[in-house]
Design a protein around this ligand. Structure first.
Ligand code: NAD
Ligand code: UD1
Length: 336
């Protein structure tokens, strides 16, 4: 039996492969990725960490023939689907490319899965589907989206719910991630954004390592303890372990279930900057600038459903998240 990991050379996918390889009842792992936002160097790093090989197929999930060939050649038992574009700003500039890649790509994947009677899926959704609900955010709240990226996640969730309703053989976990940060403790794999980072942690770590001059803090007039935005940062290894638990518990899930993966704790931008400064020993110059459009003051999870359903909870604290981010960034100042 094999597991198919779409987007497996990406940030969260690669960390999940490490956790899957550590299982005693491990399955063969097949990664499919078109390398639009990752590098084959990840594959060498994965071998360095785990001592085990994976099968890698360079292909696009939108390519029916290529996807079908993977299911013909491997006895796939379940799929973890990470492949997709994820930059919020870019999604407003290139909406068609986001809808095509994320939504059409997922429909293509589901079609091939259905044809091969593979009906177990773990999907990468996002806390962005909660729109402007008040935190703590729980899975029974109404969903909405304010940008094309968020819309793609919401549309895919709707497709997955409809699919599971139409055929009770599907078991689907829609994992709604909060803010993944950190890296594997070896420092061999981590987040490697193209161009100037949009998200806070990659930005701060590139300032710390000297690639960027200064952080812009988007607003210090929010209704939070220090006025800066508060988010639920979760270590990528905890997140990866959440995927393993979801996969192991798919049998318990009838139909499609949305499940938050967060810590339940909030941390402000300035707390991140100060902790990063302390751990790295580097100066992190910053300037307060106006709020970023679309940002909320405070976003954090109600993480209780994941504990109830999957017996999973995050265990790594902020110190570990930042120490691991810094190890990765300082050992690989230019990324892979
Ligand atoms: P990433 O960009 O590092 O990984 C995604 C991978 O998918 C990349 O390796 C990319 O090359 C590949 N890919 C993209 N389109 C493809 C296609 N059509 N065919 C084959 N491969 C393709 O991103 P990540 O941070 O690891 O995110 C993984 C998933 O989690 C994404 O779906 C993202 O939307 C979702 N997510 C991420 C975050 C986050 O903060 N990182 C938060 C919530 C949800
Ligand atoms: C962003 C996306 C969200 C996505 C999530 C994880 C937006 C509006 N939202 O969320 O859809 O699911 O990433 O990929 O882009 N900040 C700064 N300076 C920076 C960068 C960020 O002050 O240079 C602040 C932000 O205002 C926010 C916090 O840091 O308060 C976290 O920002 P970010 O890492 O971009 O994540 P989210 O805004 O939660």
């Amino acid at each position: 039996m094999s597991l198919l990991i779409t987007g497996g050379t990406g940030y969260i996918g690669s960390h999940t492969v490490v956790e899957l390889q550590a299982l005693t009842d491990e399955q063969d792992i097949v990664i499919v990725d078109n390398l639009s936002n990752s590098s084959t160097k990840v594959l060498d790093r994965l071998i360095q960490i785990t001592g085990k090989k994976v099968t890698f197929v360079k292909a696009d999930i939108c390519d029916y023939e290529a996807m079908n060939a993977i299911f013909e050649q491997h006895k796939i038992d379940a799929v973890i689907h990470f492949a997709g574009y994820k930059a919020v700003g870019e999604s407003s500039e290139k909406p068609l490319s986001y809808y095509y890649n994320n939504v059409s790509g997922t429909v293509m994947l589901l079609k091939v899965m259905a044809e091969h009677k593979v009906k177990k899926l773990v999907f990468s959704s996002s806390a962005t589907v909660y729109g402007d609900n008040e935190s703590p955010l729980n899975e029974s709240m109404a969903t909405s989206a304010t940008n094309p990226y968020g819309q793609t996640k919401l549309m895919i969730e709707h497709i997955l719910f409809d699919l599971a309703k139409s055929d009770s053989n599907w078991s689907i976990a829609c994992l709604r991630y909060f803010n993944p940060i950190g890296a594997h403790s070896s420092g061999l794999i981590g987040e490697n954004p193209n161009g100037v980072p949009n998200n806070l942690l990659p930005y701060v770590s590139q300032v710390a390592v000297g690639r960027l001059a200064q952080l812009q803090v988007f607003g210090d007039d929010y209704d939070t303890a220090d006025g800066t935005g508060v988010r639920d940062y979760i270590h990528v290894v905890d997140l990866a372990k959440g995927h393993v638990k979801a996969l192991q518990n798919l049998g318990k899930i009838s139909g499609c279930k949305a499940i938050n993966l967060g810590t339940g704790n909030g941390t402000s931008v300035l707390e991140i900057v100060n902790t990063f400064k302390e751990i790295s020993g580097q100066n992190i110059p910053y300037k307060i600038v106006p709020r970023r459009a679309g940002d909320l003051a405070t976003v954090f999870a109600d993480a209780s459903l994941a504990y109830e359903l999957l017996n999973w909870q995050a265990t790594r604290d902020l110190h570990t998240m930042i120490a691991d981010t810094w190890r990765w960034q300082s050992q690989n100042p230019q990324g892979f």
